[in-house]
Design a binder for this molecule. Sequence first.
Ligand code: FES
Length: 82
Amino acid sequence: MVKVIVCIGSYCHLKGSKQVVDRFRELIARDHLEDQVELAGTFCMGICKDDVSVTVDGESFSVSPDTADSFFAEHIAAKISA
Ligand code: FES
């Protein structure tokens, strides 16, 4: 199970955290990964950066709505197939 946490704190919200969460949800459904990816939200993680703060199994990243698809493929789907 890959644990993905998306920050929905005010800074990340302004950067598009809702779009990132919605897109991850769509991609999880598209690839039938409901049993393999746990998606959760959290308030400010204290790592406000350029884009939306996301952690994957505790490793932190900065993701914009525009890069959500490639991020999902590289850092989430890739972990499952690995
Ligand atoms: S608001 Fe997202 S890390 Fe601070």
